[in-house]
Write a protein that binds this ligand. Sequence first.
Ligand SMILES: Cc1ncc(COP(=O)(O)O)c(C=O)c1O
Length: 351
Amino acid sequence: MSYFKENIENLSGYTPGFQPTDEDVVKVNTNENPYPPSPKVAQLLASFDVNRLRRYPAPLGDSFRVAAAKLNGLLPENIMCTNGGDDLLTIVLRSFCCGTRSLVYPAPTYSLYEVLAKIQNCPVVEIPWKDGYCLPKQELLDAGGALTIVCNPNAPSGSFIDPEEISELASLLEGKSVLLVDEAYADFAEGNCAGLVNKHENLIILRSMSKGYSLAGLRFGYAIACRELIDGLLKVKDSYNVDALAIAIATEAIQDQAYFKRNVELVKEQRTRVTKELESLGFRVGTSNANFVLAQTLSSDASDVFEKLKEKQVFVRYFPYDGLRDKLRITIGTPSENDKLIEALKEILSS
Ligand SMILES: Cc1ncc(COP(=O)(O)O)c(C=O)c1O
């Protein structure tokens, strides 16, 4: 006898990446930023008045809304704060999907989409990416979803679709489907879709403070969309979905653009270096627009390399799914973490 609804009883929940408690390991498995958050965050924490926690937080996270709107050249009404990007995904699935209203996305991609759809008990249509991770626009349209998600840059491939193509897809879907572009990794990409939200009434963009701003532990993200879509999503979110401390910290972090840009550049430099070194070790590595690379093991078994790396306290991500079984997803670390990763791989591959 189960007390749960049938879809929940049958659900395999999302499996988060392993979080080792030991600090002294090479942790390149969950796409965190290897650098600390802005020093302004530490200053804020040191001087934060705990009495502010007595009251409920600003329901819309006003200070962050204003800062994020300014950064993206939009209005606060175009922004909704969320408890991480994942909170936005939950809100969006709850807003647009149910038994007869399906979710459509190109796959392979972020595996949480499918889990959230199953919780919502809505049909899922996975459309394979075209060769070279090109966007299957017509197939996505034909699938007829109430919600279409495109992860851009895509995880775990790191591949990138030009915003112009996303705009074409949004036009095709207009009047039929909401298009959510998951830009959790856009901080490391060559472009983004923020400028498109006033052009497309059906476009929602997801942003995360976990990656470029080094705040994965804080849980803060946001939606960008036209006012009408934001107003609808606000009805669905929890009343106080972002807490007072998180609003204050995220606002400091997003305003320190100089620090943010420096860290992003450091990660991108190391991405080029790690890609080259992996290629010289015999991996095939696609071009990445994110803070990780997807490395295909041509001469060895990816799950075996994953296990052997783990024995050496080097944690990467392995996905036992179709299209990914011969690949490892590796987050870009600091130069010294990357040294250790490459050294460990050399030892494993030569033995
Ligand atoms: C593709 C993608 N989207 C969204 C998220 C959500 O990020 P967060 O909830 O940490 O903001 C992640 C996290 O890893 C991700 O990989």
